[in-house]
Design a protein around this ligand. Structure first.
Ligand code: PRX
Length: 637
């Protein structure tokens, strides 16, 4: 174990400091590693809090991810392997991917899609998803991928926020052997999305689906009329590459906008540092492309590097818990990137199954999305990495566009500490501050902030500059507020401690308490609801709801089922509540704000702490009594 954890540090910290003291010069060198159609005039235009990187530069993401590789031996190497849970496979060389992307781009043009238009992609984990993203980027349109586990309501909200005219979806997604009727869900959403004019449907099955004449078009029909080549549109560095929605502290998801130039430069540089990615890598990130991890780690970064990407459609343990290890062996995966939730799940299945597979191709293991507990880190290191592979615990966010705090074995492997994401990447000025924005010092919990702009940072929130300023730049003057708690230790290492705001992390997925509460009160019988996250040994957190019923309704299991149904309908299965408790009152401040912190301490059996702002003590007694009764019932069951 020592072998992995303690390498000599050769001035990494100096490198970090030098980069931070001259960020423009530092990022200029990184930007020069990409092929630009036109060089930038200015590296950074910083009008706090809006950053424009590589202003005046022109480039194209699709060109850089594909066309560029056609002029070398990469042309005939595998760009993308795809496999589903049944073992069906597809492989695309860079040339084949180029063909597909061009044809898709031509199809989009034939549909009238132009530069700057938003295209919504509601697709399962099939090769057409990255192909559609690259095709959209090729013509300068802006993609918005909506995770295919989201409900029709969530899809409609996102479509309406972007006012997109084109939606691309599939007839079905497939998970655990079941067909998920994506077209049917999309049809439901389309009842309330007036801007959508055309829906392109990718057929995967022969099952019958509804086709709305004039609106719905079949991909395999359209593609027959598509041309083989579409010139990649030279785009300004600041042209949006994509919008990706993420949960915040209000019910309305935020449309995070990423630029083309800054985002690509940042991801190109950081994937080299963190994963030591190269054209020889077989890179497997197990996230869904519908999340930011999938955008950067399945599509843009590995393809920029000419690596081979592996894309898997299916649940991790279906049809058996061997599935992932079988795949690593089969494809000789060299870099494996997953979430602590998945690792914790596999720990439960034991090591015997893993030993049956040859995982010796692995070189670097990554973790993302939530805090990795030291025991889980150790297990990952020992049983998957055979104590050979460094573990990169990568801290970042949808908004940061790329990895911000992580070990960087591709540059220099600093000593690892299980459970710590180690140090900020070069050029990243991260700090832990107190309520006033002053650094807290060693060993003290505070808020994680970033004090200088970086190329991967969001350009803003779609059509909402005020919300962008308010959410990220108003808590601390001149600093980007991450919404996370952290501690810095005596070596300057960062230990992430979870969210400081009302955002939950369920299996690494981000969900706002307000968003879930909004769904609960949509039922005709709930007057008010409070949502909190309860620690879960596998998923990190579970959703617990306290709800007040409207007059005339009595608590019952049927009402609980109705609430679960409504939440799944409004958001999706990822937001399925684990516990629902009915109460008469919720603990609130005198100004009427629900004190979720108090609810959390009660369910965790901890002292409730400072209650000076509490309106009514009786609410606490009631919640305590209801929760005690619940615990008793669980014990008896
Ligand atoms: O709380 C942090 C947690 O995930 C949040 C960002 O979520 P999202 O935008 O969905 O992006 C997830 C994947 C990039 C952060 O605010 N988080 C992410 N990575 C880590 C983490 N918490 C601890 N350790 C990490 N490595």
């Amino acid at each position: 174990m020592e072998k992995v954890k303690f390498y000599p540090v050769k001035g990494y910290i100096d490198l970090q400091k030098n980069a931070a003291s001259n960020i423009e010069g530092f990022w200029k060198k990184e930007a020069a590693k990409l092929d630009w159609f036109k060089c930038w005039d200015k590296i950074l235009e910083w009008e706090e809090p809006f950053a424009k990187w590589f202003v005046g530069g022109m480039l194209n993401a699709s060109y850089l991810c594909i066309d560029k590789h056609l002029h070398s031996w990469h042309k005939n190497k595998v760009a993308l392997y795809w496999e589903d849970e049944k073992g069906n496979t597809k492989a695309f060389s860079y040339f084949q991917l180029y063909r597909e992307v061009n044809r898709f781009a031509s199809m989009l043009k034939n549909l009238g899609v132009k530069k700057g238009d938003r295209v919504v992609l509601y697709l399962p984990m099939i090769p057409e998803l990255p192909i559609a993203m690259l095709a959209t980027a090729r013509i300068g349109a802006i993609h918005t991928v909506v995770f295919s586990g989201f409900s029709s309501h969530a899809l409609a909200d996102r479509i309406n926020d972007t006012s997109a005219e084109v939606l691309i979806t599939a007839d079905f997604g497939i998970r655990r052997g079941k067909y998920i009727p994506l077209k049917e869900i999309a049809d439901e959403a389309l009842k309330t999305t007036p801007t959508i004019d055309k829906v392109v449907v990718i057929r995967r099955t022969r099952e019958s689906i509804n086709i709305e004449p004039g609106r719905d078009l079949l991909y395999h029909e359209l593609i027959k009329d598509a041309g083989d080549y579409v010139e990649p549109e030279p785009l300004e560095s600041t042209h949006p590459l994509y919008i990706l929605y993420t949960s915040g502290t209000t019910g309305k998801p935020k449309g995070v906008v990423h630029s083309t130039g800054g985002y690509l430069v940042y991801n190109y540089a950081t994937y080299k540092w963190v994963f030591n990615i190269s054209d020889e890598s077989v890179y497997w990130c197990t996230a869904d492309v519908g999340w930011v991890t999938g955008h950067s780690s399945i599509v843009y970064a590995p393809l920029l590097h000419g690596a081979t990407v592996l894309m898997y459609e299916g649940a991790p343990d279906y049809p058996s818990p061997d599935r992932w290890w079988e795949i690593i062996e089969k494809y000789g995966v060299t870099i494996f990137y997953t979430s602590p939730t998945a690792i914790r799940m596999f720990m439960r299945y034991g090591e015997e199954r893993i030993k049956r597979y040859d995982l010796s191709s692995l070189k670097i293991l990554g973790s993302v999305g939530e805090v990795i507990n030291p025991e889980v880190w150790e297990w990952y290191c020992e049983h998957i990495g055979a104590e050979r592979c460094p573990i990169v615990d990568t801290w970042w966010q949808t908004e940061t566009g790329g990895i911000m705090i992580s070990p960087v074995p591709g540059l220099e492997l600093v000593p690892l500490k299980p459970g710590s994401a180690t140090l900020p990447l070069p050029g990243i000025d991260a700090e832990v501050v107190d309520e006033e924005g002053n650094p807290v010092g060693t060993g003290i919990k505070g808020y994680l902030v970033i004090r200088k702009p970086w190329p991967g940072m969001l350009m803003g929130l779609y059509k909402d500059p005020e919300r962008y300023k308010m959410v990220y730049w108003s808590k601390f003057k001149g600093m980007y507020y991450t919404g996370d708690y952290a501690i810095k230790d005596e070596d300057g290492y960062f230990w992430l401690l979870g969210r400081a705001d009302e955002v939950l992390k369920i299996a690494g997925h981000r969900l706002g308490t307000a968003e879930i509460e909004g769904a609960v009160v949509k039922t005709p019988f709930v007057a008010e609801a409070a949502v909190i996250g309860k620690p879960d040994p596998i998923k990190g957190e579970n959703i617990v709801i306290f709800a007040i019923l409207k007059e005339g309704y009595e608590p019952s299991d049927d009402l609980k089922k109705e609430i679960i149904k409504e939440v799944r309908k409004q958001i999706g299965a990822i937001a399925t509540p684990q516990e629902i408790h009915f109460v008469e009152k919720l603990p609130k401040t005198r100004s009427g704000k629900i004190m979720r912190r108090v609810l959390k301490t009660i369910i965790m059996d901890k002292p409730v702490g400072d209650l000076t702002t509490l309106e009514d003590e009786a609410s606490i007694e009631e919640v305590k009594a209801v929760y005690e009764e619940f615990k008793q019932m669980m014990k008896e069951a």
